[in-house]
Design a protein. Structure first.
Ligand SMILES: *Cc1c(COP(=O)(O)O)cnc(C)c1O
Length: 412
């Protein structure tokens, strides 16, 4: 969290006072650090320098156009999961030959758009999707490059909602189905199987599940070769975790080294789809305490950010570190930090020890750069927050705060 640091009693985002930004742009306010994004991208990407590789940022982690543009300029490809994300990636100037398209429910129109754009490949998640892609590509007189998302049935030991590589999950094809899929792809005229793919989950804090999945994919690749099917790309997905609290996930360098040791010398281009590890700690959410209140059971800090701004605590029970923007050294007390939304599940933290802050003061919610704004909504008719990208002493309004008119824009 290098670029979000206290200076003379005030939190700074790079060279800019967070208090000053909150005053100018109001709260709730997302602030991203450009330097942190760049540092994280290069730390991750360079960890794979021993391999022929392509790092595709997972757009759903943080889809802001300014963020995507900045990462594209640093050389990132993109991992997309919808037509809307394809549109964003193209608008951000990403080279389509560096775009991979994952997701279980791609519609015809989305497949067509991706073929028109000439993306690198589709990560196909079912036999039905394979047939559909072949049909759409045929209608367009083209060929689609595909890889299959193989579900290696490994337990990533993470939250059930973000574990994706077990048999009970909706994602990908199990090993037997995958074999069928490659055989079928070899028969079809308008698809070319070029890769293997897996993505086993998110916020992984150990390398073991990645390595177990990789072993299964390499064994599978050997079987493909026996059938005369040669693939070029090995996409290992995203999922590397970050420290939100006391987690100690492996550093990207360790991840890179472990994968490089297994893959060096193999004639495969490795694709990685990191999201959280690039964006998570590159962003904060700033919120103001609207009221405080206490009853015999609880102390509440009622803040102006809510589950519609940052849903992770409500959805996954996730921990986000919270602190004062201007620490005053007051004694701690135990609080629930809650938003104004009419849901008991609307909280940013529960039973959290925090200094006894007062109405009108600012709090910072750390690690909000991934799955923060991108998962936000207008629930309770709350206009979505402003997103700022700070680069040194420069402040870019990456997305202006929504207005009431924005709320009604698409309604009769
Ligand atoms: C969400 C997702 C990612 C990114 O996961 P992180 O945990 O944010 O790194 C990568 N690939 C696919 C297919 C995904 O769905």
């Amino acid at each position: 969290m290098h670029h979000f640091q206290q200076r003379d009693g005030v939190l700074f985002a790079e060279e800019v006072s967070v208090t000053a930004l909150a005053k100018q742009y109001c709260t709730p306010l997302y602030i991203y650090s450009a330097a942190t994004f760049r540092r994280h991208f290069h730390a991750f990407d360079s960890a794979f320098d021993a391999l022929d590789h392509l790092t595709c940022f997972s757009v759903k982690a943080n889809s802001n156009l300014a963020v995507l543009k900045m990462l594209a300029a640093e050389g990132a490809g993109m991992d997309i999961v919808s037509g809307g994300e394809l549109y964003r990636a193209l608008q951000a100037g990403v080279d389509p030959s560096r775009i991979v398209y994952s997701g279980v429910g791609k519609r015809d129109s989305e497949i067509r758009e991706a073929l028109e754009a000439r993306i690198l490949m589709f990560n196909v998640e079912s036999l039905a999707e394979l047939e559909r892609i072949d049909q759409v590509a045929g209608e367009m007189g083209t060929t689609a490059r595909v890889s299959f998302r193989i579900n290696p049935d490994v337990d990533p030991q993470t939250h059930p909602y973000i574990s994706t590589g077990m048999q009970k999950n909706k994602f990908g094809l199990d090993i037997d189905m995958s074999m069928q899929a490659y055989k079928r792809a070899a028969e079809l005229k308008h698809v070319e199987p070029v890769g293997m793919d897996c993505h086993i989950g998110s916020q992984l804090t150990s390398l073991d599940p990645f390595l177990e999945a990789l072993d299964k994919l390499l064994a599978f690749n050997a079987r493909l070769k026996d059938l005369g099917i040669e693939i070029k790309y090995l996409d290992l997905g995203g999922g590397l975790g970050i420290p939100y609290n006391e987690e100690e996930p492996p550093h990207p360098a360790e991840f890179g080294k472990a994968l490089s040791d297994k893959l060096k010398g193999l004639p495969l281009k490795v694709i990685l789809e990191p999201g959280r590890v690039i964006a998570g700690n590159a962003g904060i959410l700033v919120t103001e305490v609207v009221y405080t209140k206490s009853n015999p059971a609880k102390n509440f800090l009622i803040v102006d950010a809510a589950m519609n701004d940052l849903v992770r605590p409500s959805l996954y029970g996730s921990y986000h570190r919270i602190a004062e923007v201007e620490p005053k050294g007051r004694a701690p007390k135990v609080f629930d930090v809650v938003g104004p939304i009419c849901e008991s599940g609307d909280f940013l933290a529960r039973d959290r020890e925090l200094p006894e802050v007062m109405q009108g003061e600012l709090l910072v919610v750390y690690s909000a750069g991934a799955y923060g704004f991108s998962m936000s909504s207008n629930y309770n008719s709350r206009p979505r927050a402003c997103e700022l990208l700070v680069d040194g002493d420069k402040v870019i309004v990456a997305r202006r705060r929504e207005t009431y008119d924005d709320l009604l824009m698409n309604e009769l």
